[in-house]
Design a protein around this ligand. Structure first.
Ligand SMILES: [Zn+2]
Ligand SMILES: [Zn+2]
Length: 387
């Protein structure tokens, strides 16, 4: 153990905690969607600057990404903060609370920066819910000199690891030929038939799919009127898998379904694979062990596993380039689903205060422990290179 809990707690006076709690409420009252988080970034930067930290803006070319840093120059461990909200349900994913948890962890760890051999960075990562800000930051090289990355997310239970699937998003557009659906149907090429055929083929594919994969889609355009053979049909699909290989292999099979339907109906297919690929979370046991060792000291214990509840996050992209942990901390009663109004309410409720503080402690203790122990740091990096 490279540090004592008391030392960290002393870096966290009650007045500072109140400021974090107040900012959490403020962000909650003013939810901002992906890439529009200007107000949130302003509030967080003001908090950091109040503590004497310099906040670098426009990191990776993104207007709502930022970075603050303590410790010696060179490699650093990155603590990642999210702050974007959802349409309709606002902070139904609790990113207002995540950001304050991570800021709390950074301020605690920064209080001991003079003892650090490796730096600690706080990286503000926009657009997790839509757009995949972390993927853009990875491509821009923001994590090139990072030894490892840490994140904590609110949930209905505490779990150090939960698999996160990679997801590829695609739009299929079939072009056919319009015709009167009663007088001259044989003159038409039915684009909607190609679309329906694709959904049927994908439904059959599901039986041959591994249970940890997911395919889901919607019809975005199915024609203009029942008495016209549809000349255009559009469907959006998400294809998810637990590894890069399985995700891309399944994606190719879904595209094949759409291509086969185009051949069968005579419609012309255009496939648009969207840029915002969320890669699967690559697990790092050495890093998980550091967090596990600090769970008790942070007053936390793991809840019941939920292996079937498989979502995706752009933290996966980070985990493919540097050792990464994405832990979950209970901030809502067991059984509360995320992306709901109930979870949004929990993310602002007094009850989540304990989760925020415990999460900040867990991350600060783990970051400082990791950096104080070169053997653990080396083991983490070696495991990453070996996978
Ligand atoms: Zn979410
Ligand atoms: Zn989230």
């Amino acid at each position: 153990m490279g540090t004592s809990l008391e030392k960290l707690l002393s870096a966290f006076p009650a007045s500072e905690l109140e400021r974090l709690i107040a900012t959490r409420r403020d962000l909650h009252r003013h939810p901002e969607l992906a890439y529009e988080e200007h107000r949130a970034v302003g509030r967080i930067a003001a908090l950091l600057e109040k503590h004497g930290h310099t906040v670098e803006r426009n990191v990776g070319g993104l207007a709502t990404a930022f970075r603050a840093r303590v410790g010696p120059p060179g490699p650093a461990v990155a603590l990642l903060a999210e702050y974007d909200a959802l349409p309709d349900v606002g902070h139904g994913c609790g990113h207002n609370l995540i950001s304050m948890t991570i800021v709390g962890a950074f301020l605690s760890a920064a209080a001991q920066a003079k003892d650090l051999q490796v730096g600690i960075e706080l990286v503000g990562t926009p657009a997790e819910e839509r757009g995949g800000g972390k993927g853009v930051l990875v491509e821009a090289g923001v994590f090139r000199d990072v030894d490892g990355a840490m994140m904590i997310h609110g949930f209905d239970r505490t779990l150090l690891h939960q698999d996160l699937l990679g997801v590829v998003r695609a739009t299929f557009e079939w072009a056919g030929k319009a015709a009167h659906a009663s007088a001259d149907p044989w003159e038409g090429v039915n684009a909607l038939d190609a679309c329906v055929q694709t959904f049927n083929a994908v439904s059959m594919l599901r039986q041959q799919m591994r249970p940890d994969c997911r395919i889901h889609g919607v019809v975005a355009d199915g024609g203009a009127a029942a008495n016209i053979i549809p000349e255009r049909a559009v469907a959006d699909f998400n294809v998810r898998g637990p590894s890069l290989a399985s995700m891309w292999a399944l994606y190719r099979r879904v595209v094949a379904c759409a291509e086969a339907a185009a051949v069968a109906t005579g419609a012309r297919l255009t496939v648009t694979q969207h840029r915002d690929v969320y890669e699967p979370l690559k697990r790092n046991q050495a890093l998980l062990d550091v967090f596990a060792d600090n769970l008790g000291a942070a007053g936390l214990g793991e809840g019941p596993p939920a292996p079937d509840r498989l979502a995706s996050s752009d933290i996966g992209n980070v985990s493919q380039v540097t050792p990464t942990i994405h832990a979950w901390i209970a901030i809502a009663p067991l059984g509360t689903a995320i992306h709901t109004r109930e979870f949004a309410a929990a993310a602002a409720a007094p009850g989540a205060r304990a989760g925020l503080l415990a999460g900040a402690k867990l991350m600060a203790l783990s970051a400082v422990d990791l950096l104080a122990d070169p053997a653990r740091l080396a083991a983490m990096k070696e495991e990453f290179r070996g996978r």
